[in-house]
Design a protein around this ligand. Sequence first.
Ligand code: 5GP
Length: 179
Amino acid sequence: MKELAEILLTPEQIATRVKELGAEITKDYQGKNLIVIGILKGALPFMADLIRQIKVPLRYDLMAVSSYGASTKSSGAVQILKDIETGLEGEDVLVVEDIIDTGLTLKYLLRNLQARHPASLKVCTLLDKPSRREVEITPEYNGFVIPDRFVVGYGLDYAERFRELPLIGVLKPEVYEGK
Ligand code: 5GP
């Protein structure tokens, strides 16, 4: 694809890792009441593939949160734009994210979900950029650690584009500069 400078992860690499994550989660949640919460919009393709690799009964739901603008970064304020429809008290909750960057979004979200008294609360992210972390968050399940590059595809966007790509890639600089 002409807008991509580099392919970081192929569809095959993603599928193999998603299978492994599903097997790990299956092992860890035997006999539990699993609720998977996907974070819109970026986690949608990942969650759709992951839930089909988890071999314990589960329910899933979706949340949407506002992303950080440059000005909101320091305030730590994230807004919930769409909430889940059921309570979480006593449930085993697995939050599914596309990427953890600074960790600010997830930190807020986990605090909010913890206040609903789940039996357990864990995180599964497809991608992790630990070099950019501003708050301490370590996901229990992590697909790939990636370098500090802006990536698109498999749910991740640039200005709402490229989410439908089956791979994870790095955009050419002229795509940003051409705006
Ligand atoms: P954090 O609060 O961890 O800094 O932000 C995480 C969110 O920032 C992700 O859910 C995603 O929406 C966005 N984000 C962070 N890094 C990237 C990236 O490399 N590519 C894209 N498309 N979005 C990113």
